[in-house]
Design a protein around this ligand. Sequence first.
Ligand code: AMP
Length: 174
Amino acid sequence: MKIIIMGPQGSGKTTQADLLSKKLNLPHISTGNIYRAVAKEDSEIGRKVKNYMDSGDLVDDETTFQIVDRHLGEIKSDFVIDGFPRTLIQAKRGIFPVGKVFYLQISDQQAIERLLLRKRLDDTPEVIAERLKIYHQDTEPILEYYRKQGKLIEIDGSGTVEEVYNLILQKLND
Ligand code: AMP
């Protein structure tokens, strides 16, 4: 089964996807991690992606489809993915059959606090605010899309890494 971990920045989606993939012995794909690596490349696409990320914007859907296709093309098994889909267009493209979608819920306030603590280079206060705005506007509509399909599992993401992970495991075999 292919599993998506969703949530706003700071919800711990990459950490949880990593833990879950190890537990299930499946590959983990994180488009955020992929894009952070691409942004370091001295190439046209590297510069384009860096510009989007520096301003807190999403990378355009066409670039994202190319990147995701390339990475998923190498994987013949199931997998755990976080960071994709990020827009309704990405979700509706149906690049792979979706089994379960875990949605890690945290408040904006908590997202901001966690991101400021994490101090990644793309985590300045202005960029954080912009990313949260885009999250509500572009990414949240996906939740309804998966809820209607009966695939959405809402998880309280406000606890520790271990607490959130245990909540996910409890719901995994439902
Ligand atoms: P993340 O670590 O998941 O918060 O991703 C960091 C940044 O990578 C985002 O702010 C976007 O600029 C870019 N990104 C990651 N995944 C996607 C995606 N599926 N679509 C568009 N942009 C993405």
